[in-house]
Design a protein around this ligand. Structure first.
Ligand SMILES: NC(=O)c1ccc[n+]([C@@H]2O[C@H](COP(=O)([O-])OP(=O)(O)OC[C@H]3O[C@@H](n4cnc5c(N)ncnc54)[C@H](O)[C@@H]3O)[C@@H](O)[C@H]2O)c1
Length: 133
């Protein structure tokens, strides 16, 4: 990743409590951003935000919860003044099984999180991004 200047930019990283999302959040913090981690693992997200320092915040968000995601976007705008960046990273690998054996509940879960979750997050942050140009 290039060392782009993200000074005073407000970035949301979904699934930012750990893994790739946390690595992105760390890089963004080093680039000067204010980073809000959206993760449904509140305990890990809070610890991760603490590790990232005073410009990182943890919100308890399940990306499949349309109303919760909308409320979280409003909260970021209210508390940090704007939303500049969304990294829609939260997701799951899903069960590793052949299609013929794949339980429909597991399939729906993958679609809800990996597809519906990204849609919910984009849909909820876009009005704020459009407003701030
Ligand atoms: N690691 C890989 O090799 C790899 C390969 C291809 C795609 N991906 C995708 O990249 C993304 C990050 O991968 P990772 O390896 O860092 O995963 P990870 O499991 O280490 O981290 C995922 C994070 O997303 C959070 N999360 C999961 N479901 C959520 C939900 N419904 N709402 C809010 N937060 C939720 C988890 O709590 C966790 O903190 C995922 O979408 C994954 O599917 C990863």
């Amino acid at each position: 990743m290039n060392n782009t200047d993200l000074n005073n930019q407000v970035a949301i990283v979904t699934g930012g409590a750990q893994g790739i999302g946390f690595a992105v959040a760390k890089k963004f913090i080093n680039m000067g951003a204010i980073v809000v981690l959206w993760d449904h693992d509140q305990k890990v997200a809070e610890k991760s935000a603490k590790d990232l320092g005073p410009n990182a915040f943890a919100y308890n968000v399940d990306v499949t919860d349309t109303d919760g995601v909308e409320a979280a976007a409003k909260r970021v705008n209210d508390e940090h003044g704007k939303i500049d960046v969304l990294v829609a990273n939260a997701g799951i690998a899903g069960l590793n099984a052949a299609v013929i054996d794949y339980p429909i509940d597991e399939w729906n879960k993958v679609i809800d999180i990996n597809l519906g979750g990204i849609f919910n997050c984009c849909r909820s942050v876009l009005p704020y991004m459009v407003k701030s140009g």
